[in-house]
Design a protein around this ligand. Structure first.
Ligand code: SAH
Length: 230
């Protein structure tokens, strides 16, 4: 069939962000701008389903989260993602959210992804290179590392914001240690029944924890257990 044009993926990405705004999930301009700058279509294996509000398989027994979950986490962390701040993304998978974080903290900030499947780290770097965050990767304010994210990433600690993209049976101590006083950790906690928990570190080093909503994430586990599909 003859076709004069088809909607560009940039327009579809913008429409996805507008949907998230219309549903009251994206409420701030900063989050909207970051999601507009980072085309989700570049990060998923099948571009045609990139803008649907659903998680998608990315291989290795894991999924990229649905757009509304990414948006919710960006909103919860917004005040800790100001230009110049430092953010750690544990279980960075496709690199999508790490790229959004990097855009928000900018070239004076630092966004670090940690992911334990080396093949996903390699493909996430390619994804980021094709995205609106490519210059941040090139200049080094955005980086993705292979590692066990339960240990955090001590090199650039303490962090203003830490996000965990997989459900932990309990909050890893290292992540609380690597949080700055005044910083915020967003992490799904639980096994079958999971809560998205928001952990704020107070100025005296104590933490306040609240549950935001029930969620369903893949487990934060060892690479061996994940690849076995436990
Ligand atoms: N937030 C990402 C990926 C979510 S899936 C996205 O939306 O694209 C969760 C990711 O956590 C998977 O890529 C999985 O490989 C990774 N993961 C699970 N346990 C981990 C661990 N202990 N250390 C590092 N990464 C882990």
């Amino acid at each position: 069939m003859k076709q004069f044009w088809s909607p560009s993926s940039v327009n579809k990405n913008k429409a996805m962000v507008e949907n998230l705004q219309n549903h009251g999930i994206v409420t701030s301009d900063e989050v909207a701008k970051a999601m507009e700058a980072v085309d989700r279509g570049v990060f998923v294996p099948d571009r045609s389903s990139a803008y649907v509000d659903s998680p998608l398989s990315i291989g290795y027994n894991v999924t990229i989260s649905a757009p509304h979950m990414h948006a919710m986490c960006l909103q919860l962390l917004e005040n800790h993602l100001k230009p110049g701040m430092r953010v750690l993304d544990v279980g960075s998978g496709t690199g999508y959210l790490t790229a959004c974080f990097a855009v928000m903290v900018g070239s004076e900030g630092r966004a670090i992804g940690v992911e334990h499947v080396p093949e996903l780290v390699a493909s996430s770097v390619k994804n980021i290179e094709a995205s609106g965050a490519s210059s941040l990767l090139k200049e080094g304010s955005l980086a993705v590392h292979v590692g066990d994210g339960r240990q955090g990433w001590a090199e650039f600690a303490p962090y203003d914001a830490i996000h965990v993209g997989a459900a932990a049976p309990e909050i890893p101590e290292a992540l609380i240690d690597q949080l700055k006083p005044g910083g915020r950790l967003v992490i799904p906690v639980g096994n079958i029944f999971q809560d998205l928990q928001v952990v704020d570190k107070n100025s005296d080093g104590s933490v306040s924890i609240k549950s935001e909503t029930s969620v369903r994430y893949v487990p934060l586990t060892s690479r061996e257990a994940q690849l076995r599909g436990d």
